[in-house]
Write a protein that binds this ligand. Structure first.
Ligand code: GLN
Length: 497
């Protein structure tokens, strides 16, 4: 592997600014790594080599001309295939959008480009971001770099796997119920779900609009903070975009947790949590204690109902959001041979274009919203959502942050949970409450269990995303250093069978 790939995004950015590295050099190094390992990893759905190298050369020219650019100018990045980016297809992992070319950029993509980041390609994901393993993608499997037979998490599995195999130093994902934090956790990288509304959803394909939020993936806390600062901020194109500014995030890295109270969520442990996950979590808590924090147990009784309420609210929004894929306006059209009615063509298109998990959720959501069931299902779930928010509010009166394992288990074998939706859904048991409340949360790598990464979740109030980084910087372990050079690492370089 080219040694340049081991540099952090912050280091790459400062070397480029200082003229000791060019964006073209690092971008070329990323493409070489992608060509060497991605046949085995399967992270990228498409690459944009020519345009990326031209963009990198343009950054180099501006720097050579003495222009002062931001800290991530010239740094390569991969984006989840849920973000509209003109010139590349946007599929959201679904066959129904095969070949669809977006007519505009999402705001967060524009912000990356304005900050001088170099977009190298689009990353694989679960279909319409529904899943925890990236196996519901209509296109390809993505493999966990720690063991190619294991899932990379989901739905942003491509983002996580590309980072963990050193193909790019940064990626951009989205989190609706855990889709940034859980893949980060099972691949040993950092993943942040920002405060809802702090990043624009304009041009981001909708899954569940009251929960979706774009957020950064990186190999360390500082890099994630830098990326979050680039993408966040008010956007008049998104009616739910917050006007309030986030506190300084990179400033928070290194400030530590001395004197802080850290609340361990009592409900998230015990049955169903792997012993290796629990012991890594305890060790990380001890580290926080050594850094001067006091650890207390906090009960959030309604968190136990978060998963059930999520599987009513999210599918309800999904059933509405995905109605736009009607064979008329976007993507593929099936059976339009002049003999069929529009309704038949629509049925054939949706039948062929959507996968099983997407159909399951559309049906669930349609049912939950139907007259006669609305109050019992959707209405009750919304009440639970309020109770979860109140649990958070009460907890944050007593503690600075809440913490838990990110996911009850480490990565599992590909295929293992595909016939058991409930087992799949349980991967997000600990991550969903923060989406329900709109709060910020993140996962940081802390150690290994049976050779696979374990993540530590930090949950903070809305607009207090800086607290995530204060904890994360104290406890993160550079796990990926220990992957490079092992036999698992060598397997990445073997030709695809
Ligand atoms: N895994 C969860 C789900 O399938 C979360 C998905 C997400 O955050 N996009 O709904």
């Amino acid at each position: 592997m080219n040694e340049l790939l081991k540099l952090s995004a912050a280091e790459i950015g400062s070397k480029i600014a200082a003229g000791s590295l060019t964006s073209v050099e690092i971008t070329k190094a990323c493409f070489e790594q992608i060509h060497a390992v991605d046949a085995q990893v399967g992270a990228f759905l498409c690459l944009d080599e020519e345009r990326a190298l031209a963009a990198a050369a343009a950054i180099d020219a501006r720097i050579a001309a003495g222009e002062k650019l931001g800290p991530l100018a010239g740094v390569p990045i991969g984006v989840k295939d849920i973000f509209c980016y003109q010139g590349l297809p946007t599929t959201c992992g679904s066959r129904i959008l095969e070949g669809w070319m977006p007519p505009y950029n999402s705001t967060v993509v524009d912000r990356l480009l304005e900050a001088g980041l170099v977009i190298v390609g689009k990353l694989n994901m679960d279909e319409f971001a529904m899943g925890s393993s990236t196996e519901t993608s209509g296109y390809q499997l993505t493999h966990n770099p720690w063991n190619l037979g294991y899932i990379p998490g989901g739905s942003s599995g491509g983002c996580a796997a590309a980072l963990a195999s050193y193909q790019v130093p940064l990626t951009l994902g989205t989190d609706t119920g855990g889709s940034i934090r859980q893949p980060a956790s099972v691949t040993g990288v950092v993943g942040v779900k920002p405060t809802y509304g702090s990043n624009s959803r304009y041009g981001v394909l909708a899954m569940a609009s009251s929960l979706d939020v774009p957020g950064p993936f990186a190999r360390n806390a500082r890099d994630a903070a830098l990326l979050q600062e680039v993408i966040s901020g008010h956007d008049p194109m998104d009616s739910t975009s917050l006007v309030s500014e986030l506190p300084g995030l990179t400033d928070a890295v290194g400030k530590g947790v001395d004197g802080w109270k850290i609340g361990v969520v009592k409900e998230f442990g015990g049955d169903g949590y792997q012993p290796g996950v629990e012991s890594a979590f305890k060790e990380a808590l001890a580290k926080c204690e050594r850094a001067g924090a006091e650890i207390v147990e906090v009960s959030c009784p309604h968190f136990d109902y978060a998963l059930a309420a999520y599987y009513l609210i999210m599918p309800s929004e999904v059933s509405s959001n995905l109605a736009r894929y009607d064979s008329v306006r976007y993507g593929i059209r099936v059976g339009d041979d002049g003999t069929r009615s529009m309704e038949e063509v629509m049925n054939l298109t949706r039948g062929a274009g959507f996968g099983e998990e997407v159909k399951r959720r559309i049906i669930l959501g349609t049912y939950a919203l139907s007259a006669g069931y609305y109050d019992a299902y959707y209405g009750s779930a919304q009440k639970v959502r309020t109770l979860i928010q109140q649990d958070f509010d009460a907890a944050f009166e007593k503690v600075d942050v809440l913490v838990s394992p990110t996911s009850p288990t480490v990565a599992w074998k590909l295929g293992e949970r595909m016939d058991d939706p409930l087992a799949m859904y349980k991967a997000d048991l600990c991550t969903i409450p923060s989406n329900m409340a709109g709060n910020s949360a993140a996962s940081f790598p802390i150690g290994l269990s049976d050779g696979l990464p374990v993540g530590f979740q930090v949950m903070a109030p809305a607009l207090a995303d800086d607290r995530l980084y204060r904890v994360g910087a104290v406890l993160e372990e550079p796990l990926l250093d220990s992957l490079v050079g092992t036999s698992a690492w060598d397997a990445l370089y073997e030709e695809a069978k």
